[in-house]
Design a protein. Structure first.
Length: 488
């Protein structure tokens, strides 16, 4: 799955910021970028001051402090009569059903004289009334020009267009992707399966899955099936096909969980995560839900993997076809992989939504400085509640040793692993025609060789960025030491 999220502007402080120099006073007036949608409070967040969410026209959510959100609301002009921060699962439908001409960015009052000053004066008066502090048009111009317009949420205070919207670039994010199913198709497909998230259906499915898994791993038939299938090229290809089908069904689970919660899933597609082929579903709208709804959306994919296993078990019980058992083992490996919180798999998002912090990786540096270097907590850490700080710190302090251990094991065994993979690849190619089907055997051999190479290539690629950052950090330290040494 994928969750585009823009961190947004920093804290605005307890009083209005410095005045712009000079204040913008052109003939235009500030307005929201058309298509911008106010979502409301980020429910179940781990921040001391819960941020407010605004959805940009490109689908990315921007996290704003309360003061900036009030400016956006005042510019929106459609919030009169709505309870601040209120939203529900049908927000999207309401937004799609607006009257013609009721576009985001209109002031909605029709009382402002031409020129940006009157609009900013109205916004300043509204801010002063709601916050109990005195704001002027110049203060509003500063907030718009320095905070909101750079995020592509509003025009500048003189009505000039904002810069192009920048998409977030989080660490180890899913970068190379292609949408295959548009949002309207995802909405339809998700509706076919949303009923599977009824509590009774979930309870029954989990109970049957536990019983079935116990039999699979305790039965000697599983070992026999593995030995028989891995030497048959046709069976290997069938297992790979079923594993891919399980991945697709996994993504439908995320979408169905969103629809069950009352929000729209986005497009579904495929791409490359690091070096692994992967599927994704845009479930950014799950941030409109509370903590329970977000975690349901996170677990929806693994839940549908479990349902896929139940389908394979039913087919095996009816046919006794051994590749089905091997496919169940492959799906189990996929479930384990998805629950790992070290990369941006489902387990990572589960931890993030449990603590209400969207991007855990961004806290690695602050946590290490706080714990290892004994430096005071920076602004990002102070903005978190106490227990999310503890959970994030535990996650970071567990993640770093695990990654270092994996790297150490990989580097120590890399020559042996490469030699073993090379021998295995040679053996696969030499025996490609042993089954009597040369083309089928060659395709199966090539696919297995790719599967052998992907884990090592993926881990090495994942280490490129942190290694580069570490080298830059050491270079800066060496430069500072060199500058200081002459004075000693």
């Amino acid at each position: 799955m994928t969750l585009p999220f823009v961190p947004g502007a920093g804290r605005t402080g307890s009083s209005p910021g410095r005045l712009p120099a000079p204040a913008r006073r052109a003939a235009g007036e500030p307005r929201l970028v058309p298509g911008t949608e106010l979502v409301g409070e980020f429910e179940g967040s781990g921040y001391r001051d819960p941020p407010q969410l605004v959805c940009r026209p490109d689908g990315q959510l921007v996290r704003l402090p309360g003061l900036l959100y009030q400016v956006v609301r005042a510019l929106d002009g459609r919030h009169e009569g709505r309870r601040d921060g209120h939203h529900d699962g049908h927000h999207d439908e309401r937004a799609a059903a607006r009257r013609p001409g009721d576009e985001a960015g209109s002031t909605g009052t029709g009382k402002d004289a031409p020129g940006g000053g009157s609009v900013m004066t109205r916004v300043a008066d509204e801010l002063s009334r709601e916050t109990g502090r005195r704001f002027t048009a110049e203060h509003v111009a500063y907030l718009i020009d320095e905070k909101l317009a750079p995020l592509a949420l509003t025009t500048y205070s003189d009505g000039s267009p904002p810069p192009p919207a920048r998409r977030s670039d989080p660490f180890l994010a899913f970068r190379f992707r292609l949408a295959v199913l548009p949002e309207r198709v995802t909405w339809f497909v998700s509706g076919l399966f949303a009923w599977l998230f009824h509590p009774l259906a979930v309870y029954l499915a989990v109970c049957v899955f536990v019983v079935g898994e116990t039999w699979v791993w305790a039965s000697p038939e599983t070992v026999t099936a593995l030995q028989a299938v891995l030497t048959a090229p046709g069976s290997v290809l069938l297992v790979v096909f079923l594993a891919i089908a399980s991945c697709v069904f996994h993504e439908w689970g995320h979408g169905a969980a969103c629809r069950y919660g009352g929000v729209r899933p986005g497009a579904m597609g495929c791409g490359i995560y690091l070096v692994w082929p992967a599927f994704y579903t845009d479930i950014t709208n799950s941030y409109r839900l509370g903590r329970a709804g977000r975690i349901r959306a996170d677990l929806g994919g693994v839940y549908f993997n479990a349902l896929f296993v139940l389908g394979l078990l039913g087919l095996y019980a009816a046919t006794g076809f051994q590749p089905l058992l091997v496919a169940i083992v492959a799906v189990n490996l996929e479930i384990v992989q998805q629950l790992l919180p070290t990369l941006r798999f489902d387990g990572y998002y589960i931890v993030a939504d449990l603590v209400g912090i969207p991007d855990l990786f961004s806290y690695i540096g602050p946590i290490l400085k706080r714990v290892l270097l004994r430096r005071p907590a920076d602004e990002r850490l102070r903005a978190l509640k106490r227990w999310p700080q503890i959970v994030v710190a535990c996650w970071v302090l567990c993640l770093i040793p695990v990654l270092l251990l994996q790297v150490g094991i990989l580097l120590l065994n890399l020559p042996r692993l490469l030699a073993a993979d090379w021998r295995k690849a040679q053996w696969l190619l030499e025996n490609a025609g042993a089954s009597g089907h040369q083309i089928l055997g060659t395709v199966s051999a090539c696919l297995q060789i790719v599967l052998l190479a992907l884990p090592i290539a993926g881990l090495l690629l994942a280490l490129v960025r942190p290694t580069r950052s570490l080298l830059r950090f050491l270079g800066r330290k060496a430069g500072l030491s060199g500058e200081a040494s002459p004075g000693t």
